[in-house]
Design a protein around this ligand. Structure first.
Ligand code: 7TS
Length: 413
């Protein structure tokens, strides 16, 4: 990796990577698309907050409360900088990508989507970018439509044009990188076509922000969502970014403390942005932990992370495609994909494959990956999925392949 930090140094920062699992096998963690591991710097930041600073934020004037508020708000500023967002009040802390998308569907969606309107999503979305829109469109008498996926694992953008031509589309919502196929979406092109006809766009950045540089000042979408836990941070924290002009028109999602200016018996006025959308005591400790994760990613450099993953993915695709009986999904062109490789092995059930290779300490996901619409499109019930991150090595990919060979031996394939 072309960075100030060597891969060896990076691995030492992740205590869990020293763990032995099952029969004394060193952990080979290849399920990063689910959640990443956490460096000691993140674990220490959370620990330190509870040991030394724990207090509620935005209310009291004593020293601890001030320190906790400052650490929480500094994270907001840090994230704005990380994404090249000029207005820090556009950064809203939520529980994760799922909550971010639900917030948009509930608040913006109920105000703007009416009978006969169309929401467009894609066939390779995670359930969190499908189900909220099903709920909304059913409630509002609107329609949900899908951009299809071609045999190379890419979106069929001509279908987007035919939806846009109806003049009824209110929002196009899509992930910047598929959590199953690894496909990197042609985001600029979709936004360009939508902007031409005044249609809003939401980007699910759950799989992209952890793995590549994302510059929101250039993207020109209206809503952007992602989760901390897939980018070295803790679970239970995520971000919704909304363009300020849009955010100002939106009604609150949750009502309660901190999101108000004045509450009377029958009427309430709202707090300023972003607090209007952060009701109740937030996940203070984990937001502070998230701050340490961003520092860590910045120290390595997002371009270095992307390059490291390209190298690993190239290596893995090359080696895996030589294994007899393997079917790999997603784009062949490395420039069009991230470090996520879904595959099937002969006709062995993915859960069996995952269970057998787990005996060697190799952790991959098996199942539908919360993408059942895509599973239907691929005409499979499930796949295995290996996904990489900053700390993974070529030796770990070799370990995966070695274990797959054992599966073949066991099943006499
Ligand atoms: N969007 C995408 C593209 C995702 O990959 C995920 C989680 C989510 C949204 C939801 O994120 P959350 O943090 O709110 O849960 N993806 C996966 C996965 O691929 N395996 O487990 C979780």
């Amino acid at each position: 990796m072309q960075t100030a930090l060597s891969l060896e140094t990076i691995r030492k920062d992740f205590p869990i990577l020293q763990r032995k699992v099952r029969e004394n096998k060193l952990l080979v963690y290849l399920d990063n698309a689910s959640t990443s591991q956490k460096p000691i710097q993140v674990i220490d930041a959370i620990n330190d907050y509870y040991k030394n600073q724990n207090a509620n934020i935005h209310r009291a004037v004593y020293a601890l409360a001030e320190e906790a508020t400052e650490a929480y708000e500094n994270t907001r500023t840090k994230i704005a900088k990380f994404l090249n967002v000029q207005k820090r009040e556009e950064i809203i802390f939520v529980r994760g990508t799922t909550e971010a998308i639900n917030l948009v569907a509930y608040s913006w969606g109920r105000q703007n989507v009416n009978k006969g309107d169309i929401i467009v999503t894609t066939e390779y979305e995670h359930h969190s970018n499908i189900v909220p829109w099903q709920l909304l469109t059913k409630e509002r008498g609107a329609k949900l439509e899908y951009i299809g996926v071609d045999d190379n694992g890419e979106l069929i953008l001509d279908q987007l044009d035919s939806y846009l031509e109806t003049g009824k589309v209110k929002l196009v919502t899509f992930s910047q990188m598929s959590n199953v196929l690894g496909t990197i979406t042609n985001t600029d092109e979709i936004i360009k076509r939508c902007k031409k006809v005044g249609v809003k766009t939401l980007i699910d950045g759950a799989q992209s922000v952890p793995h590549m540089k994302v510059d929101l000042s250039k993207l020109e979408c209206d809503f952007f969502a992602f989760s901390a836990h897939k980018m070295l941070g803790p679970t239970g924290v995520g971000v919704l970014w909304v363009r300020k002009e849009v955010l100002e028109t939106m009604q609150p999602f949750h009502g309660g403390g901190d999101m108000i200016r004045e509450v009377h018996k029958y009427e309430t006025t709202w707090n300023d942005l972003p607090y209007k959308f952060e009701a109740g005591t937030p996940n203070i400790a984990d937001v502070i932990g998230f701050s340490a994760a961003i520092d860590y990613l910045n120290k390595i450099g997002m371009d270095n992370i992307r390059n490291h993953e390209i190298e690993l993915t190239k290596y893995a695709l090359d080696k895996m495609s030589k294994v007899k009986g393997i079917t790999i999904y997603g784009p062949k062109d490395i420039a069009k994909r991230g470090g996520v490789i879904s595959f099937n092995f002969h006709d062995v059930h993915p859960h069996d494959v995952a269970t057998i290779i787990d005996k060697d300490g190799v952790a991959v996901r098996s199942g539908h990956h919360c993408a059942q619409v895509l599973m239907e499109r691929l005409d499979v019930a499930a796949t295995n999925r290996a996904s990489f991150y900053v700390y993974n090595t070529k030796q770990e990919i070799d370990a995966l392949i070695g274990s797959l060979n054992k599966v073949a031996e066991l099943f006499k394939l």
